[in-house]
Design a protein around this ligand. Structure first.
Ligand code: PLP
Length: 436
């Protein structure tokens, strides 16, 4: 525990001394150093598609580490592990996606995507086409470019000058109906996009970046028609579409990629998390051939990371993706997701502080409110996630400000889904609209 005082935890105040020291994982369960078990309803940080402690991955990593632990993918070097992964990825990704920049995680993937979009237009002779459109309550990582695309002001507070030429639009959070001035949410968002394009000028805008459903923003599922209409506007104005599938990629929402579920063809897709289920850090910016060829023509693409195409990460990804395929976990995200959603609806819908229960596959958001009529959010200080953890040993998180978000491993059993429903409904059922 003394060692932990040297560890800077993201988003944990200095005076918070509560700790859960996780030591072992198997399937959807975790054990701390005192032997207490916990049900992982967040899938680590929205990523443990195949669950914890899979021997197949441990064994493959051990073999690969003793064969070739690392070599660079810069210049004319590569390695056999990453080349084995590429055909597997090409089978799974939307068919218009052909080329990959590998990274160590989500934030690096977003940086690569934003730089790709800006550099693409530079190479096309339009260097002034460099604005990036995104949405409030979006999360695109903790680096500067992605941080500026993200739409949580608190994350950028105190950081000095930010990267210029980012504009944030309204997220399609339909439950928060006051965002749309009494209009249909899709019409409102599309009109706002058109107006921003007119103000900034289409010749100045490189790309629109968005998560297919806003994850950290509260697992906010978009209304019917939102993405296809938005994509049509971007195409008409020659603006690239980047979809950030760091959370939603690799089966989380019941299709390999969520852009397929919503019927759009992004020019660039960013991924991480589920690509290895967290067994090794890895991400990628994946793109269309014409974009990839444009940015590497001449001096080559000027963005590289030491760990791009890391052999151990590639090995973990290959085994993870074959487990997802062989065990039918993408389909399972739909069946077990619907089962858990039905349980949550039955137990929660009538509670006084529950405004909306929503899900796509195995991504869940439970919006808590002071008043079901006005939909005013419940106070942020309500410690619902802590109570669920303390009393039921079920790990969930609260976000923006009091939306319970969950993304359990796709291998969750029905009995474990029932345990989540019992834990969440018992604790949420105790809260009154005044937050008491
Ligand atoms: N994009 C999205 C949608 C995310 O949810 C996250 C992290 O949660 C990131 C990017 C950043 O990924 P990482 O934490 O791996 O850098």
């Amino acid at each position: 525990m003394e060692a932990d005082t040297h560890l800077i935890h993201p988003h944990l105040p200095l005076d918070n001394t509560r700790r859960f020291i996780m030591d072992k994982g198997e399937g959807c369960l975790l054990w701390d150093t005192n032997g207490n078990d916990y049900l992982d309803a967040t899938g680590g940080l929205w990523l443990a598609q195949i669950g914890h402690g899979r021997r197949e991955i441990g064994e493959a990593l051990s073999k690969q580490a003793s064969r070739l632990e690392y070599f660079t993918s810069f210049w004319d070097f590569t390695n056999s592990s990453i080349l084995k992964l590429i055909p597997t990825l090409l089978e799974l990704v939307p068919s218009h996606i052909t080329d990959f920049v590998f990274t160590s995680g989500g934030s690096e993937s977003i940086e690569a995507a934003i730089k790709t979009a800006r550099y693409y237009w530079y190479k096309k002779g339009q260097p002034e086409k460099n604005w990036i459109l995104s949405r409030r309550n979006a999360y695109h990582g903790a680096a500067y470019g992605g941080g500026c695309a993200s739409g949580f002001e608190a994350d950028n507070f105190g950081l000095g000058p930010l990267v210029p030429h980012f504009r944030h639009l309204t997220p399609p959070h339909t439950y928060r109906s006051w965002l749309f001035d009494g209009q249909d949410p899709v019409d409102f968002c599309i009109a706002e996009l058109e107006q921003s394009i007119e103000e900034i000028g289409e010749d100045n805008i490189a790309a629109f970046i968005g998560e297919p459903l806003l994850g950290v923003g509260g697992m906010v599922t978009p209304p019917e028609g939102y993405w296809p209409k938005l994509e049509a506007v971007l195409r008409r104005h020659n603006i690239l579409l980047i979809q950030d599938e760091v959370v939603t990629g690799f089966g989380r929402t019941g299709s390999w990629f969520t852009c397929q579920r919503y019927g759009v063809q992004p020019d660039i897709i960013t991924v991480a998390k589920g690509i290895t289920s967290g067994y090794m850090p890895m991400g990628a910016a994946m793109m269309r051939k014409e974009i990839a060829d444009t940015v590497r023509e001449g001096i080559g693409f000027p963005v590289g990371y030491t760990y791009s195409g890391h052999p151990l990460a590639a090995t973990a990804a290959a085994v993870n993706l074959s487990i997802i395929k062989d065990e039918g976990l993408v389909e399972r995200a739909n069946t077990i997701g619907d089962y858990l959603a039905a349980g949550l609806h039955a137990a929660l819908d009538d509670l006084p502080v529950v405004g909306e229960v929503r899900h796509a596959g195995m991504a869940f958001g439970i919006e808590l409110v002071k008043d079901k009529q006005t939909r005013e959010p419940l106070e942020p200080q309500v410690a619902i996630a802590d109570e669920i953890l303390d009393e039921f040993h079920v790990v969930v998180r609260c976000t923006n400000p009091t939306i319970i978000v969950m993304s359990p491993p796709l291998i969750l059993s029905e009995a474990q889904a029932d345990r989540i429903v019992e834990a969440v409904s018992t604790v949420v059922g105790r809260f009154r609209p005044d937050g008491s």
